[in-house]
Design a protein around this ligand. Structure first.
Ligand SMILES: *Cc1c(COP(=O)(O)O)cnc(C)c1O
Length: 360
């Protein structure tokens, strides 16, 4: 067996320990005589799995009691619609456009009401986070929406926008559990787990309880009404059982690593190795303004598309895979989520140095 260093933006690398444990339990989960894939979501054994996953997540993120944790399906993309369906009482909301995922959420919201662009960094290919200290937020807006870590462009909100008292909704798909956050500052935080938490197919949403009501937009499907999911503890219908079980294992792995403070230190140290190299390299350069750099997704370019392609190809041959940048940015992108070991980044940088020496 030989594993590569996988720099994919998502689905992405998972902790090897978690994969091994899952393999060990594949045929017989804790004496049940079956795989978690084969068991009823109504069984006691599965109920313990999902309850424990929620309890561990609550502990890790220090989630206040007045927030519900929901395990949902449909990806982050379906949640783009769930936000207006469940929250647009006045049919008006403000969106901060910092990349493609924020734009997609914005466009989806327009189906249901008036979505207002509050700020945007489109003028410079989303390479920075706009000033959000004094946004044109009006009283009739139901919420303010951000994409906190921009997976494609490699930017991250280092401070939350001033929402002037409005509820903040944040897509944290690609920075989920990468560092501590203060949940109480948000109305809703959510993310698809396939970036930093588990296998594709689960969205975790953390929602302040007062937002979970029957007062949703007419036509909202039963399944997409948060109250349906909350009233049934995420077991209204069959959930993605196996994927939630793996998420639970990742929560335990993070707890063992020392929790989110430790994760943040690990991620900062890891990202620094790559950013420090990029800052002094004569061949490669980062595409994001320094103060808004993500710890999770690091885009970089040589400035020459042919040389970029050569790098991606040679890197893959050397065991560093999925480094090709998003088609809208070009160049390269190294996604260095929680489960990417420091050693993977050190070896990547060593490889980049060799490539630089051979190509300059
Ligand atoms: C990947 C991603 C999405 C889309 O996730 P799906 O689960 O594929 O719908 C949305 N937002 C962000 C920030 C992402 O990184």
């Amino acid at each position: 067996m030989s594993r590569v260093y996988n720099f994919s933006a998502g689905p992405a690398v998972l902790p090897e320990e978690v994969l091994k444990e899952a393999a060990d339990e594949m045929l017989d989960y804790k004496g049940s005589g079956m795989s978690v894939m084969e068991m009823s979501h109504r069984s006691k054994v599965y109920d313990d799995i999902i309850k424990e996953a929620e309890a561990d997540l609550r502990e890790l993120m220090n989630i206040p009691d007045n927030y519900k944790v929901l395990f949902l399906q449909g990806g982050a993309s379906q949640f783009f619609a769930e936000v207006p369906m469940n929250m647009m009482k006045n049919k008006k909301a403000g969106y901060i456009l910092t990349g493609q995922w924020a734009k997609k959420a914005f466009q989806e919201a327009k189906i249901y009401g008036e979505a207002v662009e509050l700020a945007s960094s489109a003028d410079k290919t989303f390479s920075y986070i706009p000033d959000c200290s004094d946004l044109p937020i009006t009283d009739d807006m139901d919420y303010v929406y951000i994409c906190e870590n921009n997976t494609i462009y490699g930017t991250k909100f280092k401070t939350l926008p001033n929402t002037k008292g409005k509820d903040l909704v944040s897509d944290i798909s690609s920075c989920f559990l990468s560092e501590p956050i203060d949940v109480s500052k948000y109305a809703v935080v959510y993310g698809g787990v396939q970036k930093n938490v588990g296998p594709a197919g689960v969205v975790i949403a953390i929602i302040r309880e007062d937002l979970i009501t029957d007062d949703v937009l007419p036509g909202t499907p039963t399944m997409l009404k948060w109250k349906t999911q909350a009233d049934n503890d995420s077991l209204y219908n069959t959930p993605p059982c196996y994927n939630i079980y793996i998420c639970g294992k990742v929560f335990k792995w993070i707890k063992k690593m020392g929790g989110l403070e430790a994760m943040k230190k690990h991620n900062e140290a890891k990202a620094k190795i790559l950013y420090d190299y990029l800052d002094q390299s004569k061949l490669f350069k980062g595409t994001v303004v320094k103060e808004d750099r993500s710890l999770m997704n690091v885009p970089f370019v040589t400035g020459d598309a042919d040389l970029d392609a050569k790098f991606v190809k040679e890197a893959a041959a050397a065991g560093f895979v999925n480094l090709k940048g998003h088609r809208t940015v070009g160049g390269m992108r190294a996604s260095i989520y929680n489960a990417m070991p420091t050693e993977g980044v050190e070896k990547l940088v060593a490889f980049m140095k060799e490539f630089e020496a051979a190509n300059s």
